[in-house]
Design a protein around this ligand. Structure first.
Ligand code: RB5
Length: 155
């Protein structure tokens, strides 16, 4: 299993994808975090027209799974379908987060590499801070390495 530790900096592109339920938050994040120097690869959706979330989550998850990017952001209305889709990839640990503490803890303990946001349930300014905390927090390693290595299954 590929493991990336503490390798993110602002020069690295962040793939971001959403469905219509996450479109408004995606646009808000790109607009506001770009001003702070973060680089995004916007993989859609590109309007509020109704779409199927897997079509826009798979490309983000694939780029993380294949090691093309360190961290990704996925958004749907609830964050649930997006995280379910992304977690089908063996090298992805997508974490559904709804507050700052969750965003920090899932980096510290789970070495999460994708943050999944519920676009219809978050204050957008809080979501912006959550993304920054997620990107800026290092994995704690130690006992958590063994634990995340026990996540994959071979059936
Ligand atoms: C779309 O209406 C909604 O179902 C979707 O954004 C997401 O919440 C699914 O998990």
């Amino acid at each position: 299993m590929k493991q990336f530790f503490n390798m993110f900096d602002k020069s690295q592109e962040i793939p971001i994808g959403s469905d219509h339920g996450g479109f408004e938050l995606k646009q808000f994040l790109i607009k506001n975090l770009s001003k702070e120097g973060y680089l995004f690869n916007d993989l859609g959706t590109y309007s509020e027209d109704s779409v199927d979330y897997p079509d826009f989550i798979h490309p983000v998850a694939k780029s993380i799974n294949d090691g093309l990017n360190i961290f990704g952001i996925i958004i749907c209305g609830s964050g649930q379908g997006a995280s379910m889709t992304a977690n089908k990839y063996p090298n992805v640990r997508a974490a559904l987060c709804w507050n700052l503490e969750q965003a920090e803890l899932t980096r510290l303990h789970n070495n999460a590499n994708i943050i999944s946001l519920p676009g219809r349930f978050l204050d957008f300014k809080v979501a912006t801070e959550m993304v920054k905390v997620f990107l800026d927090t290092d994995f704690e390693k130690g006992r958590h390495i063994d634990r995340i290595n026990k996540i994959p299954v071979s059936l």
